[in-house]
Design a binder for this molecule. Sequence first.
Ligand code: T3D
Length: 257
Amino acid sequence: MYETIIYETRAGVAWVTLNRPEKLNAFTPLMHKELQKALKVAERDEEIRAVVITGAGRAFCSGQDLSNDDQTLDYGDVLREGYNPLIQAIVSLEKPVIAAINGVAAGAGASLAFACDFRLASSQASFIEAFIHVGLVPDSGNLYFLPRLVGHAKAMELAVLGEKVRADEAAALGLVTNVIEDEIFVSQVEAFAVRLASMPTKAIGLIKRYMHKSWDSDLTEVLEDEAIAQSTAGQTYDHKEGVSAFMEKRKPSFIGK
Ligand code: T3D
């Protein structure tokens, strides 16, 4: 059903694996279509309460497929048609999205990871702002997320120099949530994703929506957005379950509603 990705579900988690290992999982137009479709499927499936994006083989994603690059195209249109809707789909998906960075994340592959809610890095992972090496500028939300993750000065340095950032350096910069030894990477990602998938999904979705929105809001707006979000969260089953479990001194059993 998919040619360039693998879509699997288990234990409330959708696993989306970029699957062009011979090109280090570089993006093609078909991969964009398939990724967006997979994210829609995950969004609509009520059983799915967390999404993992990872790469097949030794890389996470090497960005745009340069061997397929049609230089007669306007790259602005390439972004508008493929990358921009993908990044918007990740951000607007009201479920946690984890980038499981198993190897190198270069160019738009790094942007893809930056747009996710959590980044778990294998000890083999690295990031490269590769755009500059082919005379291009960071895209796919990179100019939005990178300075917000690491600060303006470091973001400028990474984007302009395009040097490789190893997993341990990325952790020191706050670019990744955690660095995990390669041998136990998949099992640790799975444990993290299953943990998220058993949490109050509606509340996580609201946190995600309003935390993104807060970048463009003043304090008055944020206070009102928090009131709106809390009004919604306060009416969920999971809120009632959380309070009951607390009072009854037992572990809560959240259902994501
Ligand atoms: O339409 C537009 O162009 C606008 C949108 C732009 C968005 C972007 O993402 S621009 C940035 C594009 N990406 C890059 O510039 C990264 C290119 N790749 C690399 O710099 C390196 O491959 C890596 C640093 C990612 C990894 O290096 P290394 O030494 O571990 O692997 P390698 O030997 O370079 O690559 C292995 C194979 O994958 C190789 O093929 P071969 O020789 O074995 O047949 C290589 O050509 C292929 N490959 C790697 N990246 C890409 C790729 N093939 C096509 N496109 C790639 N991006």
